[in-house]
Design a protein around this ligand. Structure first.
Ligand SMILES: *Cc1c(COP(=O)(O)O)cnc(C)c1O
Length: 367
């Protein structure tokens, strides 16, 4: 049996007529940049979220950069974020001229709120929690801290479309929420794409302007900006997927419940912990496994797609060697990094496929 890590083709086939028509419409209307299809998607996405503004941008990395820049974060500032993320988060902090400050994780793989206060200085301007794997960070704790120290809260929602904390969605908590529509994300385009959600009118205007060469009206450049736009084809594809997204999200959750059940009796494996009062949307289903590297090789040999998100915690990457951090500075992610394994997770997974994955894991640990 071959079980891919993700299967984007089967999702396409399930809505092929809608996607093909959407692409054809954009070509017929030659609405390639900005225009109707981008507006339609922005409106649909912000409505489904119940947020005032959605600004389509080139990708989820740009989304973080644009939001930070328009919050006036730059040289001399510090931005606190999780030691456990895709490099995009910290990379964009640096690109604004500010300094990323890493904080270790809690038991849910999200930023440990109890470890933040000791890292706040007079230069700290913002906190970027990363709702990793589809699970939201401790928003109550983060909101209180940001209030107490007058910091911006910017949510990295690249892995948490439609995740919830106390029934309020990821991206609706902070000053702004940034999303990626990279093809493999829970809501994925057929190329690079992203967006920013915010309820702040002034910030929304600035971000929209900055992402399009500093102009809201063609040739009226009020500031210098950049070129980071959601394109018509990607927007139309995303709109075609939107009617199915909540159903696909429920399927991910159901698949996770099934994995939880069939893996719960494997004593060398720890299933993902879910924070109380949250809706985990399982962008990734990440187990903690003894003898992780051997298990990974075994499963791959059995035709099962697995991956490690991520093999090296951010502070230990060569890119951050200048910070001189070691495992003692981030003991929780240092430990987790040796145990985490992402197993196949996508809405179209079948019970049969999940049974096979669990069976092979059990065979591996049977003496
Ligand atoms: C994917 C991802 C990004 C970046 O998104 P792109 O669209 O690939 O630029 C940022 N942060 C996190 C946590 C991600 O997983």
């Amino acid at each position: 049996m071959q079980i891919p890590f993700v299967d984007l083709k089967s999702q396409y086939l399930s809505i092929k007529p809608e996607i093909d028509q959407a692409i054809q419409n954009v070509i017929n209307d030659t609405a390639f940049i900005k225009g109707k299809y981008v507006n339609d998607f922005e409106n649909a996405f912000r409505e489904i979220y119940g947020v005032e503004h959605c600004i389509g941008v080139g990708n989820g990395t740009d989304a973080i950069f644009i939001a930070l820049k328009m919050l006036n974060i730059g040289l001399g500032d510090e931005v606190i974020t999780s030691a456990h993320s895709w490099i995009a988060t910290s990379e964009m902090i640096t690109q604004t001229g500010a300094q990323p400050v890493f904080v270790d994780i809690d038991e849910f793989f999200t930023i440990d709120v109890d470890k933040i206060e000791e890292k706040i200085t007079e230069n700290t301007k913002a906190i970027i929690p990363v709702h990793i794997y589809g699970q939201m960070s401790d928003m109550k704790g983060l909101t209180e801290l940001c209030k107490k120290y007058n910091l911006y809260l910017l949510e990295d929602c690249a892995q948490s479309h439609f995740s919830e904390y106390q029934e309020k969605r990821a991206g609706a908590w902070g000053e702004a929420g940034t999303f990626s529509f990279f093809p493999g994300k829970n809501l994925g385009a057929y190329g690079d794409a992203g967006c920013i959600l915010t309820n702040n009118n002034e910030l929304a205007n600035k971000m929209r302007m900055f992402a399009n060469h500093g102009a809201l009206k063609k040739h009226f450049h009020e500031i210098e900006g950049m070129n980071s736009r959601l394109d018509g084809l990607q927007a139309a594809i995303l709109s075609a997927k939107l009617p199915s997204i909540l159903e696909w999200t429920e399927k991910r959750i159901n698949n996770a419940r099934y994995y939880d059940q069939i893996l719960s009796d494997v004593k060398d494996v720890e299933i993902p912990k879910v924070r109380q009062g949250t809706k985990h949307t399982y962008h990734l289903y990440v187990i903690r496994a003894q003898k992780r590297d051997e298990l990974k090789a075994f499963l791959e040999q059995k035709g099962i797609g697995v991956a490690i998100h991520y093999p090296t915690p951010l502070p230990f990457l060569k890119a951050y060697g200048y910070l001189n951090k070691n495992e003692k500075d981030f003991p929780k992610i240092a430990q987790a990094q040796k145990e985490i394994l992402s197993i196949p997770m996508f809405p179209e997974l079948t019970f049969e496929m999940m049974d096979y994955v669990a069976e092979q894991i059990k065979i591996f640990y049977t003496p």
